[in-house]
Write a protein that binds this ligand. Structure first.
Ligand SMILES: [Zn+2]
Length: 355
C-alpha cells in the first residue's frame, strides 16, 4: 500500500516537515492507461488533493507503458524517428517523451550520488560533435569519468568556434550563419569548469586525487582550480600515443567510443545528430543513467559502476530508473527502496551497512 511521504505542495507546512497522519485517503481514479485504480489523498493541512501518480516519474503520461522500451531503444543507438515507428507513437510525442525522461534522469543522476572519501583516479577528455550543421556549429563535450569503476561523473555540451580546414565556400557559409545567428562563441572553458565542478562535489574532502587527461594547455589550470593544488596529481598523456588498451587513457577513450556507438546522436556520418545542444545534453543524461545504474561495468562483471562506487546495492532495471519522481532532491523516493523510503534514508542505511 502506497503512503505519501509528504504533501507535494511546496508552500504547505506538511511539505518540509510532514506529521505522521498529515493526509487522509480520498478515493481513487481509474486511468485509461492502467488496469488498476490509482489512490488519491487529501492533505489535512492545505486541503489540496494529490494521488500516487504525483510521486511517479510518468505522471501525466498517456502511454507510460512505452517509456522503458523507448529508453532501451534510444540507448542502443536507435533514432527518434525509428523509435516512434516501432512504438506506434507520433514523432512529436516521442520527442517530448524523451525530453521529459531526460529531465527526470538528470535529477536521478544527481540524487543517487553522494560524496565518498577514497582514493580517486579520475579521467577527463573532450569529445567533439555538432548541432544541426557540422561545418559551422561544432560542440565540445567534456566527459569526466572515475577510471576504476567506469562511473561517468558528468558530460555536457557547449559551443565552440568552427575550426579545421577553411575553404572559400565554408567561410561564406560561416559568415552567412554569423549574420543570422550571431558570432558563435567558444564556451568550452565554461563546460570544462562545470564538469570538473561535478567531480569536486563527488570527491568531498578526499586528500588524494589523480586526474589523467591529454596535454591540452588549458586543463592544468582548470583542474587545479577545481580540486585544489595540494591534493591533485595531474598526469598528462600525449594524444599521439596509440589508443590501445595499454594507453593510460584507455578507460576514457573506451567510454567515449561506447558513447558514440550507443548514442545515435554522437555517431559520425549520421542523420541522427541533435538540432539543439540542450537536447543533446538530455540525451547524455539518459546515457549516463543507463551506463551508471543499469549496465554492468564490463560484460563479465556483475556490478554496475554506481554499485562499485557504493551508491546503490544492486543494478537498477530501466523500469526502476523511470519509477519515482526525483524533483525533491534527497527527499524524493528512492527507486530501490522497498517501502518507498526517501533517497536520504536509503543512502543513510547504505552507509551504515558499509561501516
Ligand atoms: Zn498540504
Amino acid at each position: 500500500m502506497f503512503t505519501p511521504p509528504f504533501c507535494p505542495r511546496r508552500r504547505c507546512s506538511q511539505h518540509r516537515a510532514p506529521s505522521p497522519k498529515f493526509f487522509q485517503r480520498h478515493g481513487h481514479y481509474w486511468p485509461k492507461c492502467r488496469a488498476h485504480p490509482v489512490p488519491r489523498f487529501r492533505c489535512r493541512s492545505c486541503r489540496h488533493t494529490f494521488s500516487r501518480q504525483t510521486f511517479r516519474a510518468d505522471y501525466h503520461d498517456k502511454r507510460p507503458d512505452l517509456n522503458a522500451r523507448l529508453v532501451d531503444l534510444t540507448t542502443m543507438g536507435v533514432g527518434i524517428r525509428m523509435c516512434s515507428r516501432r512504438l506506434g507513437l507520433s514523432l512529436r510525442c516521442t520527442e517530448l517523451k524523451l525530453r521529459k525522461i531526460g529531465r527526470h534522469l538528470r535529477q536521478l543522476n544527481l540524487n543517487l550520488r553522494f560524496p565518498v572519501e577514497r582514493e580517486y583516479q579520475l579521467q577527463f577528455d573532450e569529445m567533439e560533435t555538432f548541432e544541426t550543421r557540422r561545418n559551422t556549429r561544432p560542440l565540445s563535450v567534456p566527459v569526466l569519468l572515475d577510471g576504476p569503476s567506469r562511473y561517468c561523473i558528468w558530460a555536457e555540451s557547449e559551443t565552440i568556434r568552427p575550426r579545421g580546414k577553411m575553404t572559400k565556400k565554408r567561410l561564406e557559409i560561416i559568415a552567412s550563419e554569423e549574420q543570422r545567428l550571431g558570432i558563435r562563441k567558444d564556451r568550452s572553458r565554461r563546460a570544462i569548469k562545470r564538469t570538473l565542478d561535478r567531480g569536486r562535489k563527488l570527491v568531498g574532502s578526499t586528500t588524494t586525487i589523480t586526474l589523467r587527461s591529454d596535454e591540452k594547455r588549458t586543463y592544468p589550470g582548470l583542474a587545479k582550480a577545481a580540486f585544489g593544488k595540494s591534493r591533485l596529481t595531474h598526469l598528462k598523456t600525449n594524444s599521439k600515443v596509440p589508443r590501445t588498451p595499454w594507453n593510460p587513457l584507455f578507460p576514457i577513450n573506451h567510454e567515449d567510443a561506447r558513447l558514440r556507438d550507443m548514442s545515435g546522436r554522437l555517431r559520425r556520418q549520421s542523420w541522427l545528430v541533435s538540432k539543439k545542444r540542450r537536447f543533446l545534453d538530455l540525451a547524455l543524461q539518459m546515457h549516463m543513467a543507463v551506463r551508471n545504474l543499469v549496465k554492468t561495468r564490463f560484460n563479465h562483471d556483475r556490478e554496475t559502476p554506481a554499485e562499485l562506487m557504493g551508491f546503490v546495492h544492486r543494478p537498477l532495471t530501466i523500469r526502476e530508473l523511470l519509477s519515482w519522481r526525483q524533483i525533491w532532491g534527497d527527499r524524493s523516493i528512492h527507486p530501490l527502496s522497498p517501502r518507498g523510503k526517501s533517497v536520504e534514508s536509503y543512502q543513510g542505511a547504505l552507509q551504515m551497512a558499509e561501516e
